[in-house]
Design a protein around this ligand. Structure first.
Ligand SMILES: NC(=O)c1ccc[n+]([C@@H]2O[C@H](COP(=O)([O-])OP(=O)(O)OC[C@H]3O[C@@H](n4cnc5c(N)ncnc54)[C@H](OP(=O)(O)O)[C@@H]3O)[C@@H](O)[C@H]2O)c1
Length: 175
């Protein structure tokens, strides 16, 4: 069955978006070579994305690098939202509940990863005991504020175990 992975690039102070959802800081870091990200990309069978990420800032909008993984991801996309658009969007499925979205994304991903994009959705997956792995790339920048990589005031401790052989911050969630 497909595993659920939360991946993101974060600033060293732990933000995945800057103040006001600014993502312009990410561009130069996406241009750097990243063999782990390339390996991951080949192993993603579906993306499950929160609607704030889906509709959020993309410095590459209007270019061929627009979208997840600098425009390189071409597979199925599931968007979690309470407000699906009136018009269909090719290649995108809008789903209104977490468990339904995870089930559809897992089905689409086969034996590859469902990659979660969006801290809010990732938090819900952790709380529901659905998340299998976390992979964070750190960018050498301090953003000072914005959307935290993981924010769950009052949440409980979640133990993580390094994935053997991985040098990146790639962990298995210990259930
Ligand atoms: N640096 C990186 O690698 C990276 C990666 C991904 C995202 N980001 C950034 O992170 C920010 C977004 O993250 P976020 O944590 O604020 O939000 P998010 O997880 O992307 O999206 C949250 C939204 O998803 C919908 N949603 C969430 N749970 C739902 C549920 N159970 N049922 C139905 N709908 C649900 C709601 O949208 P509705 O209001 O439509 O219902 C909610 O407001 C953006 O600025 C984005 O650019 C950065």
């Amino acid at each position: 069955m497909a595993k659920l992975l939360y991946s993101a690039t974060a600033s060293l102070d732990g933000y995945i978006a800057g103040p006001g959802g600014d993502m312009s800081w990410l561009t130069e870091h996406l241009e750097a070579e990243n063999p782990t990200a390339e390996r991951l990309l080949a192993d993603i069978g579906a993306i499950l994305v929160g609607n704030r990420t889906f509709g959020g800032d993309d410095p590459n909008r209007g270019t061929d690098k627009e979208g997840a993984f600098g425009g390189q991801y071409q597979g199925p996309v599931f968007v979690l939202t309470h407000r699906p658009p009136a018009e269909p969007d090719p290649g995108v499925t809008f789903v209104g509940d977490l468990h339904g979205a995870v089930a559809q994304a897992r089905e689409a991903a086969g034996d590859r990863y469902v990659n979660i994009l969006g801290a809010d959705v990732a938090k819900q997956c952790i709380r529901a005991g659905l998340l299998d792995e976390i992979l964070i790339f750190f960018a050498p920048v301090l953003l000072g504020g914005g959307v935290r990589m993981f924010d769950d005031p009052g949440g409980t401790e979640v133990r993580l175990a390094p994935i053997p052989g991985e040098t990146a911050h790639w962990y298995r969630v210990v259930h």
